[in-house]
Design a protein around this ligand. Structure first.
Ligand code: SF4
Ligand code: SF4
Length: 322
């Protein structure tokens, strides 16, 4: 029997989600035994023309990671959509916009100006920028056009399922692949992870008080946490109570608080708003000075609470001045 044909592709991505596939370790052998990988530019030498030559719908599934921030990424996402029965938004960037989505808190022009003129590494200071098209003796050269705003994958094409995480863990990746291969998929549009907050699977949960109140918030680099006590109970900003579980809390096990990469639980429209209100509700002080001290631990509220979700949040992006 012919094996299902699979594609992996990356858009605006750091490469971590590609690493996550490799991190399956021996599990990758199960995957390559069960499927034919027909397109995976980071690992195998296939070209866009190979995908264009495929019959529409001939790929069983495409796993697309990374956000959409250029016309080339949008074109590839649309092409893979046409060729695939299922499209999976793989990882926080494809699911919610992720880290690249933080670019929506500034302007494209400001980013290009910093990168090509103001950054200290531009020692010659001539501000030369790459052009999107250029004539050379050999012909016309083209580079992708950057969009003004970063988008999540389902803001550009129809997505069947979402796999959360930055990056998704090997376990959640294998579970998703198994569910697809066995045809045991939930309702279209689902996030392929449980719907319980991370705290439920965190080994420090038993030390989290029923009514949690803190008088100050701390950033992780300012303290050496007690290893057997809930980080949030120590005042360390851990977003486990509002974040979807499924990762088995590797960050907390490593002494780092949850930053929310698995995104919101079902029925939560705006992860950042939910996280902000949850943290605000545990700060136990009406004293202005103490409150100012607590807020000092939050120098970048948007980057803290909307770290992975600006494009799909109610904010979407910073509005330009009229
Ligand atoms: S979800 Fe995280 S690991 Fe994956 S591409 Fe985005 S930033 Fe990298
Ligand atoms: S708040 Fe953080 S440290 Fe505490 S139980 Fe939840 S996930 Fe664990």
């Amino acid at each position: 029997m012919a094996k299902p044909k699979v594609a992996f592709y990356w858009c605006a991505s750091c490469g971590g989600c590609e690493e996550a596939v490799v991190d399956l370790a021996e599990g990758i052998l199960t995957v390559v035994e069960a499927v034919d990988i027909l397109f995976w530019p980071v690992a195998l030498d296939f070209k866009r023309s190979d995908v264009e030559a495929m019959a529409d719908g001939s790929l069983a599934v495409s796993f697309i990671n990374g956000a959409i921030r250029s016309d080339e990424q949008e074109a590839m996402a649309r092409l893979l959509r046409k060729k695939s029965k299922l499209v999976i938004a793989y990882g926080a960037c494809a699911y919610q916009g992720g880290i690249p989505g933080l670019a929506n808190l500034t302007e494209k022009e400001a980013i290009l100006d910093y990168v090509y003129r103001l950054a200290p590494s531009n020692s010659d200071g001539n501000g030369v920028r790459p052009q999107t098209s250029m004539k050379v003796p050999e012909g016309d050269l083209e580079l992708p056009v950057l969009y003004e705003s970063v988008k999540a994958l389902d803001q550009v094409i129809e997505v069947d399922y979402f796999v959360p995480g930055c990056p998704p863990t090997p376990k959640i990746t294998l579970q998703a692949i198994e569910a697809i291969l066995k045809g045991q998929l939930p309702e279209k549009g689902s996030v392929l992870a449980g719907d319980r907050a991370l705290c439920y699977e965190c080994e420090l949960n038993s030390s989290k008080p029923e009514k949690l109140l803190v008088s100050e918030l701390k950033r992780i680099h300012q303290v050496i946490p007690e290893r057997d006590k809930c980080l949030l109970a120590q005042g360390i900003l851990c977003l486990g109570p509002v974040t979807r579980g499924g990762c088995e809390a590797p960050c907390v096990k490593g002494g780092m608080p949850c930053t929310g990469c698995f995104g919101p639980l079902e029925r939560v429209r705006d992860y950042g708003g939910k996280a902000l209100s949850a943290i605000a509700s545990i700060v136990d002080t009406s004293d202005e000075n103490a409150l100012a001290k607590a807020l000092a631990a939050l120098p970048d509220p948007a980057g803290t609470f909307y770290r992975y979700s600006v494009p799909t949040s109610i904010l979407t992006r910073k509005r330009q001045a009229a």
